[in-house]
Design a protein. Structure first.
Ligand code: IPE
Ligand code: IPE
Ligand code: MG
Length: 263
């Protein structure tokens, strides 16, 4: 199944395969969060409209899903539309809202075949009904799958998520479900949109920007960050494997002194 896909997409399967096998021997990140950035610049460099970059970026989503699955990653969360992206020109926003349908219409059978489970985080309110319909349909059709979780962050904002969680906790305190003193990290995390997922081990941002842009502010507390200049439409399987390899070289101490780099 995977072989067929790599052949169709003319990827040198043997070298990818070897690298996947090598990387699998060392710890693979369970959850990879990705800020898919640089679509607009990719298009501009080709004198194309910005939306051409967004369309091309869908191929990268397919590549990334495939390689993450092959590696045995449990979940990838893709930042597809932020709560701040409403500031973009209306035409671009409309295009972005139609992309889930465009992507999933043709891609869903492949996702089902690959045992991928589609999920979404973000604020449903504000998203057009047709956008939610396409995503919900994919979620429904793949909910039995137990392979990679392909989690789209759509109309997502870290601060809004934290405010929502805080309100939910406050309401439960007011209702007498638990006391203020009982509030701890695990209780708070239950109110986050990612409550069923492990925290991301690795964050990748493409396009050279070095910021979080309001992505997963709580969950990325101890993630390893990898920023690459490659624009999202140009991001390949090899780039993903490079990031995982770099991740494996990092010394994650979580505040302790154990590990390679202590003195
Ligand atoms: C990322 O690419 C896609 C979204 C934010 C939806 P951009 O559209 O931000 O591309 P640049 O940063 O303008 O190149
Ligand atoms: C972050 O990219 C949001 C997504 C990738 C969906 P932006 O391009 O919107 O972020 P800024 O404006 O550079 O911070
Ligand atoms: Mg951008």
């Amino acid at each position: 199944m995977i072989d067929k896909w790599f052949r169709k997409n003319k990827v040198d399967r043997s070298s990818i395969d070897d690298r996947v096998n090598e990387l699998k021997k060392r710890g693979v990140p369970a959850h990879v969060a990705i800020i898919m950035d640089g679509n607009g610049r990719w298009a501009k460099r080709r004198a194309l409209p910005r939306v051409a970059g967004h369309r091309e970026g869908m191929n990268t989503i397919k590549r990334t899903t495939k390689i993450a699955s092959a590696l045995g990653v449990e979940a990838i969360t893709l930042y597809a539309f932020s709560t701040e992206n409403w500031k973009r020109p209306r035409k671009e926003v409309e295009f972005l809202m139609k992309l889930p349908k465009e992507l999933l219409h043709t891609y869903l059978p492949e996702l089902i075949e690959q045992n991928v489970r589609v999920e979404m985080i973000g604020h449903r309110e504000g998203l057009p009904a047709h956008t939610l319909e396409s995503i919900d349909y994919a979620i429904e059709q793949t909910k039995q799958n137990d392979g990679l979780i392909l989690n789209f962050a759509m109309n997502y904002g870290g601060r809004a998520e934290l405010l929502e969680a805080t309100k939910a906790v406050a309401k439960k305190v007011a209702a007498g479900d638990y006391s203020v003193d009982a509030i701890d990290e695990s209780l708070f995390e239950r109110e986050l949109m990612t409550t069923h997922l492990p925290d991301p081990d690795l964050l990748i941002r493409t396009s050279g920007e070095v910021r979080l842009s309001n992505f997963l502010l709580w969950q990325l507390a101890y993630a390893e960050f990898i920023f690459t200049d490659v624009l999202w439409p140009d991001f390949t399987e090899a780039h993903f494997l490079d990031a995982v390899e770099e991740f494996q070289r990092r010394d994650r101490r979580f505040g302790s002194v154990e590990g390679k780099a202590h003195i």
